[in-house]
Ligand binder design. Structure first.
Ligand code: ADP
Ligand code: MG
Length: 225
């Protein structure tokens, strides 16, 4: 029996004045996959992430998330889908300054409508899961880069999203911390989360089970599937 892909892009084009950032891209990602979207700067990787993450609408073409055509959802339902089914991780962590690791993760669960004690309990369990049980009360400036990215990943997955989107998650890290973050992403995908990693680094992409190459807004020949 065929299962519904978690992500499906059909002929997705995104243009900006004078620029075709994505040019009729087709991509299918199945549940639990761990993939790298790899290509040079300007090839359209972040634009693709914005399409998959429903942060922006395509100029033409269709984006399906868990079989739902997102263009058919109201803004309210689209926000709900994004908040509950998709987690985001960025190169620069985007943690709240002066807020403990625990509350950075707990605040990520606000949309779920859980009371504060439940949010904090889930946040603690998730931080323990990413190896930061001993850093709950640390604020971002008291954490290393690798630890900050683990907090950001904990925040992204605490609500148990179907998809984790990571844009250059190791870009601000030394190679040892970066490898640790990739191990964590691998482990999350092993537990069923679909993980999509964007990187310009071919060596990092090569360590992941599937690579989708991007060039000039298109999926590079041989990488499509
Ligand atoms: P990558 O993440 O691979 O570096 P991007 O998806 O950010 O590439 O960009 C792809 C192309 O689209 C680039 O030429 C970039 O300048 C252009 N672009 C991206 N976002 C915008 C925007 N908001 N306005 C205008 N051009 C954009
Ligand atoms: Mg980018």
């Amino acid at each position: 029996m065929e299962t519904t892909p978690v992500v499906e892009l059909r002929e997705v084009t995104k243009t900006y004045p004078g620029v075709t950032a994505l040019d009729a891209v087709a991509l299918t990602v199945e549940a639990g996959e761990l993939i790298a979207i790899v290509g040079p700067s300007g090839s359209g990787k972040s634009t693709m992430l914005h399409m998959i993450g429903t942060l922006d609408r395509p100029t033409s073409g269709t984006v399906l998330i868990e079989g739902q055509d997102v263009s058919r959802l109201s803004d309210r339902r689209l926000s709900a889908l994004r908040a509950t089914r998709i987690g985001f991780v960025f190169q620069q962590f985007h943690l709240a300054h002066g807020v403990t690791a625990l509350d950075n993760v707990a605040d990520g669960l606000l949309y779920q409508g859980m009371p504060l004690t439940a949010r904090r309990r889930t946040a603690r369990e998730t931080l323990e899961r990413v190896g930061l049980g001993h850093r709950l009360d640390h604020r971002p400036h008291q954490l290393s880069g690798g630890e900050k990215q683990r907090v950001a990943i904990a925040r992204a997955v605490a609500g148990d999203p179907a998809i984790l989107l990571a844009d250059e998650p190791t870009g601000a890290l030394d190679s040892v911390s970066g490898a640790g973050v990739l191990d964590l992403l691998r482990e999350l995908s092993g537990h069923g989360t679909t993980v999509i990693v964007i990187t310009h680094d071919r060596d990092i992409a090569a360590t992941l089970p599937r690579q989708v190459g991007m060039r000039d807004g298109r999926i590079a020949v041989g990488a499509a599937r």
